[in-house]
Write a protein that binds this ligand. Structure first.
Ligand code: UD1
Length: 449
């Protein structure tokens, strides 16, 4: 397995082009299955989850070709109606195949997703939506088997315990587009990625009202066509580079971004003490404000337009080095704090209590051997390492590759000292004399994690 060796302390400077959004692209790739002709997606990021979805399409006997950010998907040969456990296990977004399968093939068997490092991720809301549309389901041997004799419109409320569901809204949208009659989705997720799916379906011929609002109204149509569509910029990748600029006291220009989809992120960064200049409609310059100190924050994630849960680990890393006491609460994944235990290994002072993380900012972290437990935790640890003193070896970087295109190359182009290599365990380069003088009694060392 590969790791990153990161020598922290260099302010990031320069320009970085933000890639197309992974989370927007994944449902669009599945929506292409609904068309009567080929769909062409542009601005597609070349990263592991996109490749996994291409493998899933191949399993459905549909060829997807990706070249220079342009993907062609021709659904003419779509003839499979099940998703194996191995695919679901690797990527929960495999669930997006359910809607098109049930719609076009009238039956679907998907392996139930299992555990996930960021918390409990059930699929009950997806199933609630399909059931309302007339789908009958049984669970057997870890699979949900579903079939129907015709999808019909329905009133569906997709509010879950932690708010609306992005995945369930996308899945029901896809299935309802070809159902007979009107479907009304209440408490629909409003994330930009959901809006983009609805807009692409509309460009394929679907009749959808209320896009961007919590109530979506879909009048089913007989057929949808293929379409040419440009994928929106990745707002989470943009947030990652913005926070990296802030953590390293850098000066980074993000291009190809959509600032309107990042309002909460930009608000939080400004509250912290970042200066953010809009340069035209699709570029942002992010640096530390010279006239105000870094401020600790009380942050809470929430459904869009709230602060995205996927940015929470990044902000935790930023606040870990911000003097003062911060508090971060995640209302979407209430236990999503695995990164905090790794940040503590770098000298952060964080502790979890219920669904929030208390962070006592320490000014600067120190490089250490740490491990990415999931995609965004990996990004947050990279960002923390870039601002830390000394070297960090970050293991399990395959998690990061799931969602970031050419991550270490983009960081290196901004001046980051980051090298990828196979995992090794270097001897700790300790100055024993200094250690004997400075080391804290063992009882004070936080050994959790
Ligand atoms: C998507 C994103 C993910 C992001 C998440 C929340 C993709 C590929 N992934 O994931 O990066 O963190 O949105 O913005 O786009 N829930 C249920 N029952 C369900 C479905 C969800 O209770 O049937 C709960 C989840 O446990 C979670 C919350 O609802 O607490 C939101 O989940 P959801 O919006 O569905 O996330 P995903 O679509 O899986």
């Amino acid at each position: 397995m590969d790791m990153y060796s990161i020598e922290g302390g260099t302010p990031l400077r320069g320009t970085v082009k933000i890639s197309g959004s992974k989370n927007a692209c994944l449902p669009l790739m599945c929506a292409a299955l609904l068309g009567n002709g080929p769909t062409v997606l542009e601005n597609v990021p070349d990263l592991r989850d996109i490749r996994s979805m291409m493998t899933l399409l191949e399993h459905l006997n549909v060829r997807a070709i990706l070249k220079n950010g342009r993907m062609v998907i021709d659904p003419a040969t779509f003839d499979t109606d099940w998703v194996p456990y191995d695919m679901m296990r690797k990527m929960r977004a495999s669930m997006y195949a359910f809607g098109p399968m049930i719609s076009k093939r009238r039956r679907a068997a998907v392996s139930k997703p299992g555990g996930c490092n960021i918390g409990n991720r059930p699929i009950d809301l997806h199933l609630r939506g399909f059931r309302a549309l007339g789908v009958r389901m049984v669970e057997r041997q870890g699979y949900v088997h579903a079939h129907h004799a015709g999808l019909h419109g329905a009133e569906i409320d997709l509010l879950g315990d932690n708010g609306p569901s992005v995945g369930a809204t996308c899945n029901v949208l896809m299935a309802a587009s070809l159902a007979s009659g009107r479907t009304v989705i209440r408490n629909a997720a409003r994330e930009p990625e959901v809006q983009e799916l609805a807009n692409m379906l509309a460009a394929m011929g679907a009749k959808i009202d209320g896009i961007g609002s919590p109530t979506l109204s879909i009048d089913g149509v007989e057929e949808l066509s293929g379409v040419k569509w440009r994928v929106q910029p990745d707002r989470i990748e943009a947030a990652t580079f913005a926070v990296a600029s802030a953590v390293t006291d850098g000066d980074v220009l993000l291009t190809d971004v959509d600032p309107t989809a990042m309002t909460a992120t930009l608000w939080a960064l400004r509250e912290w003490g970042a200066e953010i200049d809009h340069q035209g409609e699709d570029a942002l310059r992010v640096r530390r404000a010279t006239d105000c100190p870094m401020r600790p924050l009380q942050l809470e994630t929430g459904p869009y337009p709230g602060l995205a849960t996927d940015t929470q680990p990044l902000f935790s890393a930023l606040l870990a080095v911000t003097p003062g006491v911060s508090r971060v609460r995640d209302t979407i994944y209430r236990d999503r704090f695995m990164h905090a235990l790794e940040l503590n290994r770098m000298g952060a002072k964080t502790s979890q209590s219920g669904d929030f993380l208390s962070i006592n900012g320490v000014g600067r972290l120190e490089g250490a051997a740490v491990m990415a437990s999931d995609l965004r935790a990996g990004a947050a640890l990279t960002v923390a390492a870039l601002g830390a003193k000394g070297q960090t070896q970050l293991r399990r970087v395959y998690h990061i590759e799931r969602g970031y295109e050419r991550f270490e190359q983009k960081l290196a182009a901004l001046g980051a000292n980051i090298v990828r290599s196979s995992e090794t365990e270097p001897e700790p380069g300790l100055d024993w004399n200094a250690v004997e003088e400075e080391v804290a009694p063992v009882s004070e060392v936080d050994t959790r994690g």
